[in-house]
Design a protein around this ligand. Sequence first.
Ligand SMILES: O=P(O)(O)OC[C@H]1O[C@H](OP(=O)(O)OP(=O)(O)O)[C@H](O)[C@@H]1O
Ligand SMILES: O=c1cc[nH]c(=O)[nH]1
Ligand SMILES: [Mg+2]
Length: 232
Amino acid sequence: MPSMGFSFPKENPSSLLAWPLMEILAVHHPLVAHKLTALRDVNTDSPTFRRLADELVTLLAYEATRDVRVSPVTVDTPLQPAQGVRLSRPAPLVVPILRAGLGMLDGMTRLIPTAEVGFLGMVRDEDSLKAQTYATRLPDDLAGRQCYVLDPMLATGGTLVAAIQLLFDRGARDVTAITLLAAPEGLATVESAFPAETPIRIVTAAVDERLNENGYIIPGLGDAGDRLYGVV
Ligand SMILES: O=P(O)(O)OC[C@H]1O[C@H](OP(=O)(O)OP(=O)(O)O)[C@H](O)[C@@H]1O
Ligand SMILES: O=c1cc[nH]c(=O)[nH]1
Ligand SMILES: [Mg+2]
């Protein structure tokens, strides 16, 4: 029977987009696209939305952690010693941005169980579109630390810029953000906010078309926090 419908061409690898000063990886994979499509669907209920966000972040984290630092180690197999690696210390720091980023935490720590977790509470004022920080719980010293920021939505970029600045203020210079959706406008804002010598990496399931007049990603998925946890 002939296969029907859309299929991913084999030569369609994840794209490292040509953003001059920032590394942006849009992960092209049929499972990512399938789960993201269901996540966008307005008929997807909250329990399903949570499960899909959890599954998606694990797939994205696989790509986002390609440069995670490891150290050589030797273990004894039942037959003989074998060379391998283990995650270097200090352990990576994972930082979900509350609320919506919390929906990505379990999926990330499932992949890196030894990661430490810091928390940032941030909310965007829906009139000014400016991000406000209402909670900060981070190690004081992040020098030399690999940091992974989790937030499903990169819209204007104000929230992510504020979050990365808080990490930089504590000495972090190696920051990767994992998002489910990013808007071109937000990517440009993040890129221009930090010096070229400390590039930010962004790994996302998709880069959408644009922002609408209310700062929402189009076509997007709506308000990620509300869809995960309810309207506040
Ligand atoms: O790129 P920006 O324009 O700054 O917008 C993106 C931010 O908006 C959403 O959070 P929201 O403020 O809705 O808070 P919530 O997670 O508590 O719902 C989202 O999770 C990001 O944190
Ligand atoms: O599209 C958007 C923009 C900001 N925050 C969201 O949750 N969704
Ligand atoms: Mg919200």
